[in-house]
Design a protein around this ligand. Structure first.
Ligand code: URA
Length: 205
């Protein structure tokens, strides 16, 4: 299983704020941002660096520059992770992927996609709730169609069904999450979970 669950006291604290049903949208967005810092640090711990020579006020020394990084936010909940990514990686290029469930076929249906070039880049796919895995699998297919080879998914909470689906469809994609929860309920919500991430971020409950 290509899943890393981060284990850090600050991440656990932020996740608790997100899970708490009494947290209002403003505090929810702030906690999502703080948690994303921890997810990004873990997700980028293997990305390639380019070595370069720089001059300190005292002498020449070795420095390092980040290679190309692309983030793809899966709409709309992925937007809740984007600000932290932009802060930590100011040169990041950003794509957007909009998918909804076709009620007749239950298959993922694209309604928006705008991708930057991805050849040679480290790609972070922002999909906070990995429930059935349909949207993330679709989004990873889209970024592969755009040339991505090195893909890490950033999730807040995963469920066993979603992780299994990803392992079947995209075994090469690494998943970094803050929690791996018990199961899905009959409405495909993750339990214990945190509810509908998009609704809680944007106050559309
Ligand atoms: N999407 C959400 O926002 N929450 C879930 O629990 C599952 C999917």
């Amino acid at each position: 299983m290509n899943l890393t669950v981060i284990d850090h006291p600050l991440a656990r604290h932020s996740l608790t704020v997100l899970r708490d049903a009494t947290t209002d949208p403003q505090d929810f967005r702030n906690a999502a941002k703080r948690l994303t810092y921890a997810l990004v640090m873990e997700a980028t711990n293997r990305i390639p660096l380019r070595k370069l020579e720089i001059e300190t006020p005292l002498e020449m020394t070795a420095g390092y520059a980040l290679g190309d990084v692309v983030a793809v936010a899966v709409l709309r909940a992925g937007l809740g992770l984007l600000d932290a990514v932009l802060e930590l990686i100011p040169d990041v290029k950003v794509g957007f992927a909009g998918v909804q469930r076709d009620e007749a076929t239950a298959l993922p249906q694209e309604y928006y996609a705008k991708m930057p070039p991805m050849e040679g880049a480290s790609v972070l796919v922002l999909e906070p709730m990995l429930a059935t895995g349909g949207s993330l699998s679709w989004a990873c297919g889209k970024v592969k169609d755009s040339g991505a080879e090195d893909i890490t998914a950033l999730c807040v909470v995963t469920a066993p069904d979603g992780v299994t689906r990803m392992y079947e469809d995209h075994p090469d994609v690494r998943i970094v999450a803050a929690a791996h929860d018990r199961e899905l309920n009959d409405k495909f919500y993750i339990v214990p979970g945190l509810g509908d991430m998009g609704d809680r971020l944007f106050g559309t409950l």
